[in-house]
Design a protein around this ligand. Structure first.
Ligand SMILES: [Zn+2]
Length: 463
């Protein structure tokens, strides 16, 4: 069998996709969008050629960099089933609909320019209809039970602890009279984070594809990060200030909401107004509430003692633009979670413009901020920033909390791999920048005497 690497490798950390070809069948594992700049985005083409067979697509989780190219397949007429866990199906539907909307908006902006320049308009990457076609092909799979996904190929999904519904996938391929096992880690989550269950490693593989996003370092311990968050909130409540949290809609928004509920119940702070100011985050939160079976023991116990909504009576979900603008008139203390996570678009930009110049404001950065983003400039301590062309003084306190990552640090990556290591599989490292991959490879060599392959985009691994 052959596995071609069609994303998240060789300098790219997004666009995850693998094309697995056996003698009797072919499946795609993930079909993610390339993100982060024009050069990466230029790679957003269907992962296979029209002539290549696809019997099924298997998804590890719903994030756009693992699902966002599915509508490109739909656009080309593919009708093969897309297998994923039930929560991943719901997240994927939410994310693909949003992505199609963004594609349409981007195309509209581009086309206005093209038309003014006397050129032909361009089509968006894909349409809402293409996204709906993909969504209609999604088929639920259980955790831990082998599923027949294509002739001679079974697949098993296990918890990967990265986002609601996330999984690692093991393929069981019948070839040459024996079973070959290929494991895809998917994105792995940190073991200590609350709400989601911890990852469950596979114990057998001939070949393993391991993510390496944080292959070269560990995050700050989760508990320390929570303590810091609690003390920021307490200080802000005392000063009657506003806390602004730029956050992606899925994952950290729900984590922080959970932490605030815990704070209130433990009486670490008196309840104060909290705004979940993002239609997508609101929908994602509803999906979380409908999948309590995926919560870890601590969270399950916490919500069985008393429903979360009793602690979160001061939480307001502001779906409309008018509701969002009204937040401006709310006096502190209050906390606002809004997107985009890197402050480069979305409602958070308006909140920053209205509040950065006020000394009572706290900005809490909980996620990665890429070069050139407004979030990065705040993290780097800019005294003034430009927002919508207007200079804004930064008098707010900016806090960077490093421990809320949804990705496993080096120690957890190695711990996950240690369950497979005794069977001495071939190791392929993907989904990490070069330095992170190289360091993880070094650690695997040192601890398990196994040499890792660090493939380039488009490389094929034969088994
Ligand atoms: Zn992910």
């Amino acid at each position: 069998m052959k596995i071609k690497i069609l994303g998240a490798s060789g300098g790219e950390v997004t666009g995850s996709a693998y094309y697995v070809q056996t003698r009797d069948a072919a499946v795609l594992v993930d079909c993610g969008l390339f993100q982060g700049g024009r050069q990466s985005e230029a790679l957003n083409k269907p992962p296979t050629t029209p002539k290549q067979r696809i019997d099924a697509v298997l998804l590890t989780h719903g994030h756009l960099d693992h699902t966002g190219r599915l509508p490109l397949l739909a656009k080309r007429g593919h009708t093969a089933p897309i297998f994923a866990t039930q929560a991943t199906i719901e997240m994927t539907a939410l994310i693909l609909r949003d992505s199609a909307k963004i594609q349409a908006g981007d195309a509209e902006r581009r086309n206005r320019k093209l038309l003014r320049a006397g050129k032909e308009p361009e089509e968006p990457l894909y349409s809402p209809e293409d996204a709906e076609t993909s969504i209609s092909l999604l088929r639920p799979v259980p955790y831990q039970k082998p599923v027949n996904v294509a002739p001679g190929i079974q697949a098993v999904w296990t918890e990967s602890g990265h986002m609601l519904g996330s999984a690692s996938i093991q393929l069981l391929v019948q070839e040459d009279g024996r079973t070959k096992r290929v494991v895809f880690s998917g994105d792995l989550g940190p073991r200590t984070a609350p709400i989601l269950k911890e990852y469950e490693p596979f114990r057998e593989a001939d070949l393993v594809f391991l993510e390496s996003t944080y292959g070269d370092r560990d995050h700050r311990p989760f508990k320390e990060t929570v303590d810091e968050f609690v003390s920021i909130v307490q200080q802000c409540v005392k000063e009657r200030g506003k806390i602004l949290v730029p956050t992606f809609a899925i994952g950290r928004a729900q984590l922080l909401t959970g932490l605030l509920a815990m704070m209130f119940r433990k009486k670490l702070a008196a309840p104060f107004p909290i705004f979940l100011d993002s239609p997508m985050a609101i929908e994602a939160t509803n999906i979380y509430s409908n999948h309590r079976e995926l919560f870890d023991e601590e969270m399950t116990k916490f919500i069985s003692e008393r429903p979360l909504k009793d602690d979160l009576k001061t939480l307001r979900m502001t779906a409309t633009g008018d509701e969002s603008r009204e937040i401006n008139t709310v006096p502190g203390p209050c906390l606002v979670m809004a997107g985009a996570g890197m402050c480069n678009a979305g409602r958070i930009v308006h909140h920053l413009k209205n509040n950065l110049w006020k000394p009572g404001t706290h900005v809490v950065i909980v996620g990665f901020q890429s070069h050139g983003s407004l979030g990065r400039r705040l993290v780097e301590g800019a005294e003034e920033v430009k927002i919508f062309g207007e200079p804004i003084a930064v008098r707010a306190q900016v806090h960077t909390l490093g421990g809320f990552s949804a990705h496993a640090g080096q120690t957890d990556l190695l711990h996950w791999f240690s369950a497979l290591a005794p069977k001495r599989p071939r190791v392929v490292l993907t989904h990490g920048e070069d330095a992170a991959r190289a360091e993880l490879a070094k650690q695997i060599q040192k601890r398990y005497k196994l040499k890792s392959t660090l493939p380039a985009l488009g490389d094929t691994i034969e088994l």
